[in-house]
Design a protein around this ligand. Structure first.
Ligand SMILES: Nc1ncnc2c1ncn2[C@@H]1O[C@H](COP(=O)(O)OP(=O)(O)OP(=O)(O)O)[C@@H](O)[C@H]1O
Ligand SMILES: [Mg+2]
Length: 280
C-alpha cells in the first residue's frame, strides 16, 4: 500500500514535469505542488470496445479538494474515462489510482470499499425507477451506514433540499422532469458526503439559473474539501467550477490547464469550446 502510494505520487509528479517541460508554468506548478497524494490518477489508460479505440493513453491527476473538468466532443470517451474511476470500466492498459490505491485489478469487495469514498452522478441520472426519489437518495445511506430510519429520512431530505427538490421526496422518478432527475441523481451522489464526487454532465437539461445553482453547490462541496471530477459541455460551468480543465479528443488529452491557460490555447478545438457560451 505504502509502496503503491509512493509510486502513484512519483508517477504523477514525474508526468506533470514531463508534460510541462515546455512550459515553465507547468513546471513551477509541479514544483510548488505540495507532496499531497492525488485523489484520482489516470495513467496511460487505453480502452477499446469491439476493436474501436476510445481512450488512447489518457493521463491526468486531480489533487484532493480540487475540481477537474473534462471536456470534449460527444462520443470522445468522457463518460468512459469517468467510469474507469469507479471501476465500472477496466482499462486495457494503464492504471487508475484512487487516493493512491491502484484499483485496476481490485476484487469486487475491495472495489466496493473504494467506491464508498466516491459519489457518482451518471449522465442519465440512473435513478431506480421503482423507488421514490427520497428512497433513491436514502439508498446509499441504508446500504453503507447504520443510521436510524429517522436519521436517514432527515439526511435524505436535506440532500434533496440542497438541490432544490425539498418537495419531491415521495415522488417517483417517472414523475420528475429531466432536469429534476439530474438533480435527484446529484443528491444521491452526495448522500454520503463522499471525498470524491464524480459528475457526468451535471448541467444537461437544466435551465441557466438552476445550472448556476448546481455549479454553486459543487463549488461549496469543493470548499468543504471534496475532490470533483466533472464531465461537462457547459463552458460557463467549467469556468466557475474547474480549477483545471482538460480537453479530450480522439482518445487523448490534447490540452490541459487553468481557465486562463485554455483561454490562451491555440488549439482550434479548445478555442471553439472556450468561446462557446451554450450550456448543455
Ligand atoms: N460499454 C460499451 N460498449 C461498447 N462501446 C462503448 C461502451 N461504452 C462506451 N462505448 C463507446 O465509447 C465511445 C465513447 O463513449 P462515451 O459515452 O464515453 O462518450 P462521451 O464523450 O461521454 O459522449 P457524450 O458527450 O455524448 O456523453 C462511444 O463510441 C461509445 O459508443
Ligand atoms: Mg458522456
Amino acid at each position: 500500500m505504502t509502496r503503491l502510494r509512493a509510486e502513484g505520487a512519483t508517477a504523477s509528479q514525474g508526468r506533470l514535469r514531463a508534460e510541462g517541460a515546455t512550459t515553465s508554468q507547468a513546471r513551477l506548478r509541479a514544483e510548488a505542488a505540495p507532496a499531497r497524494q492525488a485523489a484520482v490518477v489516470l495513467e496511460g489508460v487505453r480502452k477499446s470496445f469491439n476493436g474501436h479505440k476510445v481512450l488512447d493513453g489518457v493521463s491526468f491527476d486531480v489533487p484532493p479538494g480540487r475540481a477537474f473538468c473534462l471536456m470534449g466532443r460527444s462520443g470522445t470517451g468522457k463518460s468512459v474515462a469517468l467510469r474507469h474511476i469507479i471501476g465500472l470500466v477496466r482499462p486495457d492498459a494503464g492504471r487508475v489510482l484512487v487516493e493512491g490505491r491502484d484499483i485496476t485489478g481490485l476484487e469486487p469487495r475491495d472495489l466496493s470499499e473504494v467506491r464508498k469514498r466516491m459519489g457518482f452522478l451518471f449522465q442519465n441520472a440512473a435513478l431506480f425507477d421503482s423507488m421514490t426519489v427520497g428512497d433513491n437518495v436514502a439508498f446509499p445511506m441504508r446500504r453503507h451506514t447504520k443510521w436510524s430510519d429517522d436519521e436517514i429520512r432527515s439526511r435524505a431530505s436535506q440532500k434533496l433540499a440542497d438541490v432544490g427538490l425539498e418537495r419531491d421526496f415521495d415522488k417517483m422518478p417517472a414523475d420528475l422532469s429531466g432536469g429534476m432527475k439530474k438533480r435527484a441523481g446529484l443528491a444521491r451522489a452526495m448522500a454520503l458526503d463522499p471525498a470524491i464526487l464524480l459528475v457526468d454532465e451535471p448541467s444537461a437539461g437544466l435551465d441557466p439559473l438552476t445550472s448556476a445553482e448546481i455549479d454553486q453547490l459543487l463549488v461549496d462541496r469543493k470548499k468543504g474539501g471534496t475532490t470533483l471530477v466533472v464531465v461537462t459541455h457547459n463552458i460557463p460551468s467549467a469556468r466557475v467550477v474547474g480549477d483545471e480543465l482538460a480537453m479530450l479528443d480522439e482518445g487523448r488529452i490534447v490540452a490541459r490547464g487553468t481557465v486562463d491557460e485554455l483561454d490562451r490555447s491555440d488549439n482550434p478545438l479548445v478555442q471553439a469550446f472556450m468561446r462557446s457560451e451554450g450550456g448543455g
